[in-house]
Design a binder for this molecule. Sequence first.
Ligand code: ADP
Ligand code: ASP
Ligand code: MG
Length: 426
Amino acid sequence: MSLSSSRRLTVQKFGGSSLADTDKMKHVADIICAQHDQGIQTVAVLSAMGKTTDGLVALANEMTTTPSGREYDMLLATGEMVSASLMAMQLQERGYKAIALNGLQAGITTEDLHNIARIERIDTTYINSLLQNGYICIVTGFQGINSRSEFCTLGRGGSDTSAVALAGALKADACDIYTDVSGVFSTDPRIVSNAIKLDKIAHVEMMELARLGAKVLHPRSVEAARRWGVTVRVRSTFQLNDKGTLVVDESQMSQKDARSVAGVACDKNQARVAVVGLPDQPGMAAKVFSTLAENGVSVDMIIQSIGHNQTTNDIAFTVNTWDLQNADAILKPILKELGAKEVLLDDNVAKVSIVGVGMIDRPGVAAAMFDALAKASVNIKMISTSEIKVSVLVDVEQSSVAVQAIHNAFFSETATEELVPSKLGY
Ligand code: ADP
Ligand code: ASP
Ligand code: MG
């Protein structure tokens, strides 16, 4: 189909808190109609209403502790179908041509993997014909179908990825992610009241912040935005005058936007595993981590320390909380073979991280983070770094204090002079 070169198309995405009840849904309908009335073709991607997905997960847990992926995803996919159907009805009630499409009807094909599938293809033929015919398309986020037409979900928060992928496939002019905060902040504004809203953030920084726990965007949505060159704006559903935050290519960050640290993130879904008393000889780490990898357990921070008697080592590492029991079950049976003493588990931890392109080659940034934690009496259990991030593992009870202290060090008026955002360039 040939698309008019002058067509204007924007994908809008609305999260669960923007759709928590029918009054909020009607407010969202106002936003969708306002865009359509400007002659802009509109695809709206919707999450499930409020905490619906949590409710569906809880229902599944009442039935079984081991749900089959196929049925679990079929259940979870219904949440988005409720909101999309209701929204289309509301738009039709107002006299608009509107249609609700689930993942199958929207032509979204995923890999054959439940709970955390990646989108592989989007066939836009049907959506494009609907748009050409003046329809507003309301598409369910968070879902697609595999080669056997089974629903596959994209991982919690995955509606952002649905929206950006659709925007890429439809060659939309922009993708607006409407949410319950007015953009991307220097840290979660619900934890730190003086968090600063960022006008722009670079893809690499946003991707890292999202991976490290900043919920505001699904990590894969940022990956997709970068890959397909989609202009993503994060903005508030409730403060429509606010321009929000643009997620841009690094090359579009000006000197004014440059800063040593773009943001502070916190991830409470972390746990620590320690394999204690491993013989101090080659091959031990290889055996531990290859066994975990073969069983699909991803590991993040790793520390090896020498035991008291100097002949053994302890290896500690972090996993996602949902992998903790799995890691234990995998390691316990090989303890004897390894000659190790025991496996210790701790899920009372959180990972707090700073992210910023501007910290490359600036060791002072990590030192300032550790200093802030020391002054706040927060004990660091593990550390890991990359070129653009520093992460520390702390007690979960201390994580909010840690985030606040680190944020003060980099973003308050009393922040260390040479680390103040405006003083640093790339
Ligand atoms: P939605 O339901 O719209 O998808 P989410 O709850 O997934 O919204 O994401 C928005 C939430 O992300 C905010 O309410 C906020 O608490 C949290 N958040 C965490 N880190 C940040 C950050 N750096 N900037 C903005 N919001 C953040
Ligand atoms: N409804 C899904 C969730 O709660 C997807 C999303 O909201 O993005 O995770
Ligand atoms: Mg979300």
